[in-house]
Design a protein. Sequence first.
Length: 358
Amino acid sequence: MPVAFHSFRSHVRCAAVVLAIFGPLNVGAQAFAPALRVTEQSSGTTQLIQAVHAVTDRVVWASGHGGIVLRTLDGGDHWSTVATPSGDTLEFRDVHAASADTAWILSSGAGTKSRIYHTTDGGQTWALQFTNRDTVAFYDCLTFLDAKRGIAFSDASAGRTLILRTDNAGTSWSLLAPSAVPAPLVGEGAFASSGLCVAHSSATNAFIATGSPGARLFRSTDAGLTWRASETPFVRGKVAGLTGLAFRDAVHGIATAADINALRTDTSSAVVGVTDDGGATWTMRPRPPLPGALSGVAWVPSEGTQTAVVVGFGGAFVTSDGAKTWRTISDQVFTGVAAAGHRAWIAGGGGRITRLDW
């Protein structure tokens, strides 16, 4: 296990304890101009929630530590806990849902702690689709390009970039051959902070954001069959690099990065950027106003082409001009974010979930 990523994983586990100290976010329901309403929701858990996936503006799934998986069918007015086969032994760092009934969850950890489960009945039953047998590999994020084709990414192992792919909804997963993926940098991997280090913009275009040491972007235009790597101008270092991606189409994207060694105090400048050529080049934007490592980002699809939400250990922030300027929504710690329609959900420590309505 690379030392850098071991350090990040330790930070996240410590953060789960630290977050409980801050207590719940007492936003109640607040209005922000222009026309943004912020409402705290009741998740029914005190576990750290790391990932959120919105299927529609009513159907949303979330996952996190202590084996927690959540689902709402009414936009978060009511959240229900979904039982999983692992009980409370795994950290579900990512979730991808196709409907109210169909979803995949990824647990992260060394060796067999990295697994993929699948449900087609709203979590009443789960099928274990993949168990990692590589003691060094640590799976970070996954996404599905459509109902059948999915991708999962792990930290490199034995000098090999590890990208899993399925074309049968996860019934079987296969590692791509070394010739189909970029050769890894020494110790290269991703940050399993928000479930947003793997993203897609269509059924053919997919992206992977690597963390330390190089903050590289991997891109595929053939549904994940082959990949190429490109350099980015984001912060990089021993425990620094890209943390999250969001693409609203094949060319327009936004990304976040962070120095994970400074979870609450990071002030790195090169941590937000936008692209209009599919990640070939990036225009850097100012960071949100509060210090703290950024963990993820989501476009708000029905609010034009410039509205996005960024979350991290310094708070939650909204832009309506393509990340040129920011409004602070909260100074509490949030790690997961997702959006659908005119809504976004942000989630973090102590089971905190908050909905943003435009």
